[in-house]
Design a protein around this ligand. Structure first.
Ligand code: PM9
Length: 459
């Protein structure tokens, strides 16, 4: 049978109400939130596409696991189950639990980076770069040029430019590059994957210079699925096999389990080097908690060990990415400018093309996210000049080429009908885009300003 339609590989057992509001309610809410969607209360939101982080629906098996929480301070059984799940599905030998991804980034940055070092990576991520900088390092973007071009349909926009990477190593010297940071997938580029061919080439190059690879594996199963679908030679392999192959090419991993791994909270550092493991195991007790819980409750470690196994199942990942593609296709058909190809965890609106009349200094993506909320109560996230922050040396604004609004899809939470409502709202805002004038920033926090900055409307 030639199957044209597909459906989610689960049925709904429990429901949670969502809150509708009127436009005049939303006008009050967003003004009070300083036109920053991070500052809205969740009850003020109808469909929450702020993030896919910690927002997944857990399975009945995960909830059953929660009841098996062993809340011993030391040596919880759930830690060993989680460790075993990480070893089995990802292949790393040693595991240090952390309360979420940025804590793992903090620990590895403190251990490996010396002041004056350079850390190349496939585009920056906000928390990752900040921890590199706080440890005295400088992030260097060595992603392929296509990643910065919203319209390029290159399939593997997460790839590293080998020329940029080798030029940097020659210019700075391998001893000033503690590691190359590889993210699967690349969030800020639009959820774009790296190919295994490219990763293998990066491995060869880093081996030549004795440089480690640190893998930000936050969405590794989604990346593996894209390899299965689009990279030559992988259509016959399972997502689980490809995930293992990716991890095997890297030395150390930082994980925010709140994404791919289908839990509300948690993260870890995983690695194969015993000496670095001992250092990390020591540092985790300073910042997070004992090395057998690292800031997580026993029940959360149990849910994570089950979530990891579910995250690499082909049926799950096909439906997860399929839902993102469904929304993307609806927007493409309506002529809405989005980042192409459609990524894995959300649809990224191209605010430069959406609002060509709003200069980047007037925060077009921030303004667009606020307008979508005003239109329908759908909450999105800015991923443009506000997220890019300031240059750590000069204090000047960074001006990213990509000025995006991310409609991020939580895993297993919303239905196709919700996606239709979202598409209709974005289309409605697009039809009335001339009226949007942009924002002025009236409050700017020192670190990761996108979380807490406040704005007022330009009228
Ligand atoms: N990502 C996201 O919404 C959480 C809030 S924005 C900082 O996309 C990558 C690729 C991430 C990520 C978080 C982290 C940090 C590291 N790498 O949020 O600390 O997408 O668990 O992970 C968010 P934690």
């Amino acid at each position: 049978m030639n199957k044209k339609s597909w459906a989610e590989p689960y049925k709904i057992k429990m429901v949670e109400p969502v809150f509708m509001s009127t436009r005049s309610d939303r006008e009050r809410y967003i003004k009070k939130a300083g036109y920053n969607t991070f500052l809205l209360r969740s009850k003020e939101v109808y469909i929450d596409l702020l993030t896919d982080s910690g927002t997944s629906a857990m399975s009945d098996r995960q909830w059953a696991g929660i009841m098996l929480g062993d809340e011993a301070y030391a040596g919880s059984e759930n830690f060993y189950n989680m460790e075993e799940s990480i070893q089995r599905h990802y292949g790393y030998e040693y595991v240090v639990p952390t309360h979420q991804g940025r804590a793992a980034e903090h620990i590895i940055s403190q251990i490996l980076i010396k002041p004056g070092d350079f850390v190349p990576g496939n585009m920056y991520f906000t928390t990752t770069r900040l921890h590199q900088e706080l440890a005295g390092g400088t992030f260097v973007d060595v992603i392929v040029d296509e990643a910065h071009d919203a319209e390029s349909e290159f399939r593997f926009k997460g790839n590293i430019s080998l020329t940029k990477l080798e030029d940097l190593i020659r210019e700075k010297g391998a001893n000033r590059i503690p590691y190359v940071c590889i993210a699967t997938t690349v969030n800020m580029a639009g959820g774009q994957p790296i190919s295994l061919k490219n990763l293998r080439e990066v491995r060869e190059l880093t081996n030549k210079y004795g440089i480690r690879i640190v893998h930000d594996m936050t969405r590794v199963a989604e990346n593996a699925y894209m390899i299965q679908q689009h990279e030559e030679g992988y259509s016959g392999k399972s997502t689980a096999e490809i995930v293992k192959e990716i991890c095997d090419l890297t030395d150390i991993a930082t994980m925010s389990s709140k994404k791919d791994a289908l839990v509300s909270i948690g993260g870890f550092l995983a690695l194969n080097d015993q000496e670095i493991f001992e250092e990390a195991r020591n540092l985790v007790v300073v910042y997070e908690g004992l090395h057998t819980y690292g800031g997580m409750a026993g029940r959360d470690m149990e849910a994570l060990s089950i979530g990891i196994a579910e995250s690499v199942e082909d049926d799950h990942i096909r439906a997860r990415v399929g839902q993102v593609e469904y929304l993307g296709q609806r927007l493409i058909e309506a002529g809405i400018p989005i980042v192409l190809p459609i990524g894995t965890h959300g649809i990224f609106l191209d605010a430069r093309k959406f609002l060509p009349h709003v200069p980047q200094d007037s925060f077009p993506a921030q303004a667009l996210a606020a307008e979508i909320y005003l239109d329908s109560g759908v909450r999105a996230m800015e991923r443009g000049i506000v997220s890019a922050g300031r240059n750590k040396e000069t204090g000047e604004n960074n001006y990213p080429k990509l000025e995006l609004v991310r409609l991020t899809i939580p895993r297993r939470v919303y239905t196709q009908a919700h996606m239709d409502v979202v598409a209709e709202s974005v289309i409605n805002v697009y039809e009335n885009r001339e009226a949007i004038k942009g924002l002025n920033m009236i409050f700017e926090p020192k670190h990761l300003r996108f979380f807490q900055a406040q704005f007022e409307k330009i009228v």
